[in-house]
Structure formats: C-alpha cells, structure tokens
Design a binder for this molecule. Structure first.
Ligand SMILES: [Zn+2]
Length: 81
C-alpha cells in the first residue's frame, strides 16, 4: 500500500512511524488505532492482550468481555477516542 499515512504514536511517541498493517477493528476505534499507534506498539499490545484475556478469563466473543479488552487496549496504547 502506497497511501499509508504514517503516525505519531500515542504510546511510544515515535514520530512518522508506520501504522499497524492489520487490525481486527473497524469504525472509530479502528480509525483511532491506525491514526495513533505504530506497528511496534500494536505488536506489544497483541502480546499483552493474550495476558489480559488469560488473567481475566475473558471470552472475546462475549460483548461485555470485548468491552473490557477494548478498555484495556485504549489504556495500554494511550488512545484518544
Ligand atoms: Zn509506538
């Protein structure tokens, strides 16, 4: 993709970093991630999310569990949304 806009990462502060190449979110949340998070921090969140799911015994297909996971993600990444 040549039209990818680089991001100023909300988590690590990297300037002009490449955004994640794939995220499982659409809508305003997906747009916020692609505009505010670098690829490296996204990879760190993916590892962290596995721990969050295990520690809290989350079942990601339950909407209320998904909400918990999304809240943790916003805090971890410093998303402004
Ligand atoms: Zn970053």
């Amino acid at each position: 993709m040549s039209d990818v806009k680089n991001v100023k990462c909300a988590r690590c502060g990297a300037l002009d970093a490449a955004p994640p190449d794939f995220i499982p979110y659409t809508g305003p949340l997906g747009e916020a991630i692609l505009a505010q998070v670098c690829q490296q921090c996204w990879e760190e969140w993916k590892k962290m999310s596995v721990m969050v799911v295990n520690e809290n015994r989350l079942t990601p297909f339950l909407p209320e569990h998904r909400q918990i996971l999304e809240q943790q993600m916003k805090e971890f990444l410093g998303l402004k949304i």
